[in-house]
Design a protein around this ligand. Sequence first.
Ligand code: UDP
Ligand code: MG
Length: 334
Amino acid sequence: MASGQKLVLAIVVPCLNEGLTLPTTASELKAKVEALIDRGIIDQASRIYFVDDGSTDNTWAYISDLVDNSETFIGIKLTRNCGHQYALYAGLLQAEGDAIISIDADLQDDINAIDAMLEKYQEGSEVVLGVRKDRQTDGKFKRRSAALHYWLSARFGMEAVPNHADFRLMSRRAVDMLGQYREKNLYLRGIVPLLGLQTSLVHYKRGPRLAGETKYGLRAMLALSAQGITSFSIAPLRFISVLGLFVFVTSTVLGLWALHAALTGNHPGLPGWASTVVPIYLLGGLQLLAIGVAGEYIGKTYMEVKNRPTYQIEKISKHAPDAESGRRNAGPSV
Ligand code: UDP
Ligand code: MG
């Protein structure tokens, strides 16, 4: 941003079946953007991008309506459901602006924290992470599983900030840098710290979902955790090697001891099956575990090697005052 010019802000919102939340979300975000424009903090060219991640409800119809009625909104429709991280990534790479904020469609994240984020940006931070103060509004299960997730991430050497999800501000430069990370196993909150840019935190209180249901059930959360851990460290593989070494050394010592006992005629007097059968189960289990973990990494390598695009954009809708909307890449440039 050249000095003297106002900051152009882009807000990116990934949406999967958010027909129930979008009306409130859109009007609240628009009011926020208008208030910031009125206060002279951001430029009139600031925009809100809704990314439809293959919704099956009226989400895209609603986004199209918004785009028809106001130039503040831009709609990006993906061809199919690609997942939260990829929908967000698609939106970030499409967004135009000096600073780009990502936020969920259910407004669990406090949009008033945006003011503080912009202040930090003006003070020189290129990455501003929204961190929730508490998890009162999450269920017990979600709280515990989240705590376990952050504990595991830290153990496995990932620099994730606890209680920060995907509510963050990034400078243009940060988003451009992010665009260079072409990995298929995308875990944004793990990659952003790798950029190494000046970062600050903004704390906010996270509310309950406006309406509708969470798209992150147990399965999706476990998958995200596994994604985070295996994308950022080979510690699980190393753990298995250490375990294997330990079992190998212990059994060698045991074997030598048994040989010694047999040669000296000093039998240990343990003819029972337990000492034979238990290790078989134990080692069988360990081997399966080891193969499973190694397989997880091989699977990831396979996905990366195929180098498939992680998302496809069906169309981008921009406000076109006179022409019909919804045409591919239609409308004036923003
Ligand atoms: N979302 C998405 N694609 C998906 C799953 C979720 O775009 O496959 C969006 C969803 O619409 C919401 C955000 O990602 O805007 C976070 O999802 P949700 O609120 O369900 O997750 P939670 O807050 O419960 O972790
Ligand atoms: Mg949510």
